[in-house]
Design a protein around this ligand. Sequence first.
Ligand SMILES: [Zn+2]
Length: 276
Amino acid sequence: MASNKPSILRNQGAKQSKIIANALEREGEMNILIIDIETLPNSGYMWGMFDQNFGLAQVIEWSTVASFAAKWYGKKKIHFYSDFHDGHDVMVQAAWDMMNKADAIVHYNGKAFDVKHLHREFLLGGYGPPTPHKDIDLLTIVRNQFKFTSNKLDSVSQQLGVGSKVKHDGFSLWVGCMEGDEKAWNKMRTYNKGDVRITEAVYEIVRPWIRQHPHVGLYTGDLDCCPKCGSLERTRRGFAYTPAQVYQRFQCNNCGGYFRSKSRIPDTVTNTRNVA
Ligand SMILES: [Zn+2]
């Protein structure tokens, strides 16, 4: 049957289909990066302790990203780079390289904090933006889906039984790092890597609850997989109903997440429609 579309749109459609087909042919992996940064505070002159406002002239040094720890989901190694161990430029380059390869980035409040801090470092370092990624911000998910008394990573991870943040002496750790103390920096490394470890553990537990998880199958090429974890083991669990269509509903045998078939069940299409 001839299409009614103008030829220019028909061609665009064909081009688009070819691009999607090529993309799906890749038997790749979805590169999910779990990341956490540590920053050093602004430093400056102050006249008092309470209710203070600071002018630009009072600032001695601006806050910077001092280190980051990151791990590719499914891989063992936790990478760590810092001002002290590697130098600031090497650290920023490493963060840019990893973000540039990431399809999605898992973090805890990273959309408002970690990713933005890193973007500033990239800008100041003369980098362009890394390849766009999808954010999987676990703080947003924990806030939206559950009612914890505290949404802090340390509290949530402890309640889930996957460990706690590495203990330290508080702000004196940051002072030690600013003074270039090797012991303090090594403690910071342990602390930073520990955060990545528990962030990953929390991710695995809350993953079946993530409604907008990027579809893993779009990256691996297998669209029948669980969109959240990529497993092909699934069980039929009734049907998913939208206002006008019915779909097969599945539950993933691996992560427990629910999803539905891409195509509607043809026999159940309604012949009438609601009108307001
Ligand atoms: Zn799954």
